[in-house]
Write a protein that binds this ligand. Structure first.
Ligand code: SF4
Ligand code: SF4
Length: 161
């Protein structure tokens, strides 16, 4: 989905129709996961800021969402927050806001927010995630894995007639 602006995204994802009921924020798993989570980064908070015309592209709160879609399933107004926040992130990246994301070193595609990466690191013993899991997007990692397997057994890819 290529959008021209946050306003377009708000129409497309029904964020304009938010009735500010707060169901999304109360059900969001981020409340349990992130110690630094606050209303500012909640789906309701982000939608509210967009409705009031704040610059959400530079808002660090857009990089918290785990894109699980729980909020979308519960929203009485049909707001598709996951799609909204993914679109806003794409626009932010287009505008050069890249410090909050992890990008594939091979194709350059956005992989996951650094906020999520740092949370995972914090949960792992030693705090390190194996490089192979974080330097490439899933598609490039699969390509890389296939290439390595072929290199290990070069004859197996040939079909005998
Ligand atoms: S659940 Fe939907 S209507 Fe309610 S605050 Fe969240 S986005 Fe708005
Ligand atoms: S999609 Fe994002 S904002 Fe919505 S419930 Fe999941 S983590 Fe929370």
């Amino acid at each position: 989905m290529k959008e021209d602006s946050v306003d377009d995204l708000m129409k497309e994802t029904r964020a304009l129709l938010c009735v500010e009921c707060g169901k999304c924020a109360s059900a969001c798993p981020m409340t349990e996961i992130f110690e630094d989570f606050s209303y500012e980064a909640s789906p309701r908070g982000i939608v509210e800021k967009a409705l009031f015309g704040f610059d959400v592209l530079t808002d660090v709160g857009i990089w918290f969402c785990l894109t699980c879609e729980v909020c979308t399933q519960l929203c009485p107004a049909g707001v598709r927050f996951r799609d909204f926040v993914q679109g806003v992130r794409a626009l932010a990246i287009e505008e050069g806001v890249t410090e909050h994301g992890l990008f594939c070193e091979r194709c350059g595609q956005f992989i996951v927010p650094m906020h999520t990466v740092n949370y995972i690191r914090g949960k792992l013993n030693g705090g390190e995630v194996p490089d192979g899991y974080l330097c490439m997007c899933p598609r490039c990692r699969q390509y890389d894995f296939t290439a390595k397997m072929r290199a290990l057994s070069p004859g197996r890819s040939r079909v005998k007639l």
